[in-house]
Design a protein. Structure first.
Length: 77
């Protein structure tokens, strides 16, 4: 299995607050998409996958208007 740093950013929906909640953890997995399942709750859910130039993979998620970004960066060494 590969090891990744997973960074989950939750964007604040208040117009005057630009801060984000950020959670970081190390995970081991061979498939990234199944790791999204706990964050895809709601009645209207959409997500987009992006391959980043640095080799990481980002997912932009919208669950009932709550915007999140989850970024996976492979750990080596």
């Amino acid at each position: 299995m590969k090891r990744y740093e997973m960074v989950r950013e939750i964007f604040n929906s208040c117009s005057n607050n630009q801060m984000r909640d950020v959670f970081i953890e190390e995970i081991e997995t061979d498939a990234l998409e199944p790791r999204l399942k706990p964050f895809l709750t709601g009645t209207q859910v959409s997500w987009e996958k992006h391959e980043n130039p640095d080799g990481g993979v980002s997912f932009d998620i919208n669950t009932d208007g709550l915007l999140q970004r989850i970024t996976f960066t492979e750990l080596t060494g």
